[in-house]
Design a protein around this ligand. Structure first.
Ligand code: F6P
Length: 327
């Protein structure tokens, strides 16, 4: 395999807190190890548009604490076509970029896999998404911060819910993943958690809320992942209210505020470890791998395996806890 000299780094898909800290780690690790690093703005779109930024150690000063991504992000339709990918390859080569580090979720990793199947540019992925839904890592970048954001919101809603004896349905992000709903629901002491991965019948939910009311619960909080099969929080609230009107019920949709904000200490350290590990992996001759953290150690997983061979599963013990502790 050819030596690595110039690493291209980009962020793609939904942004996540910690992406900036990770860009910083890639840039500084690369330079420390004698390589050049080029930032590619707007992800795959930036490869097609030659949106390149030759970075130095000072390019990433004062960003470790910032949410969002200084490299911007985009969802790029053109990269889905062979012509788009060829254009991207030619532009990368003409700028001297000989290796890539992709920071993003499963869409980003899928793009990297398809690209590297055809083209001779080694690529390492870093899991950056608030959804925590990638195989090969216990935690993705941004998940911890997003949970902290959600918990802060739940705590505030709990204050007003308890004061007014109300039932609140709080919708959190997770089109296909219930990770945020499950963790924030447990940490926020929710009465019920509705997840895309688990079917919850509305009648069952009503029964649970009725039992709570009989057991002297004067207010209740239900967390609904946006991808739950009953629909969003408004749909669930409407159907519950039709049959159960013991409480005055309200709905709060947290939406995109979950994607922003200063990364937590956990996410900043994770970002530093991921960035350095990705640079080291490229220099060691690895390609088509995704870095991750498993049992507090950095791990590399084959990209194809991570994307295709393993179904992501929520932790069974957390599922059980969500039932046991909400009586
Ligand atoms: O970043 C992941 C995610 O937040 C999902 O949970 C959510 O459904 C989706 O992105 C929404 O992203 P966008 O509004 O950018 O399409």
């Amino acid at each position: 395999m050819a030596a690595i000299n110039k690493i291209g780094v980009f962020t793609s898909g939904g942004d996540a807190p910690g992406m900036n800290a990770c860009i910083r780690a890639v840039v500084r690790s690369g330079i420390y190890l004698g390589k050049e690093v080029v930032g590619i703005r707007q992800g795959y779109q930036g490869m097609i548009n030659k949106n390149f930024w030759d970075m130095d150690a000072r390019s990433v000063s004062n960003i470790i604490h910032l949410g969002g991504t200084i490299l911007k992000t985009a969802r790029c339709m053109e990269f889905l076509t062979p012509e788009g990918r060829e254009k991207a390859y030619k532009n990368l080569r003409s700028h001297g970029i000989d290796s890539l580090i992709a920071i993003g979720g499963d869409g980003t990793a899928t793009g990297a896999e398809i690209f590297s199947e055809k083209y001779d540019i080694p690529v390492i992925c870093i899991p950056g998404t608030i959804d925590n839904d990638l195989y090969g890592t216990d935690f993705t970048l941004g998940f911890d911060t997003a949970n902290n954001t959600v918990i802060e919101a739940i705590d505030k809603i709990r204050d007003t819910a308890a004061s007014h004896d109300r039932l609140f349905f709080i919708e959190v992000m997770g089109r296909d993943s219930g990770c945020i709903a499950l963790r924030s629901g447990i940490a926020g002491g929710a009465e019920a958690i509705l997840l895309p991965e688990r079917d919850t019948a509305i009648d069952e939910l009503i029964k649970k809320l009725e039992t709570g009311a009989k057991n002297k619960k004067s207010s209740s909080i239900v967390i609904v992942a946006e991808g739950d099969k009953n629909g969003g929080a408004y749909d669930v609230a409407k159907r519950v209210k039709e049959k159960f009107d013991f409480y005055d019920a309200k709905v709060t949709i947290l939406g995109h505020l979950q994607r922003g904000g200063s990364p937590s200490s956990f996410d900043r350290v994770l970002a530093c470890r991921f960035g350095y590990a990705a640079v080291k992996a490229l220099i060691n001759g690895d390609t088509r791998k995704i870095v991750g953290i498993r049992g507090n150690s950095i791990a590399l997983t084959d990209l194809h395996e991570a994307l295709n061979l393993h179904e992501f599963k929520l932790e069974e013990d957390l599922m059980e806890l969500s039932t046991i502790l909400s009586i």
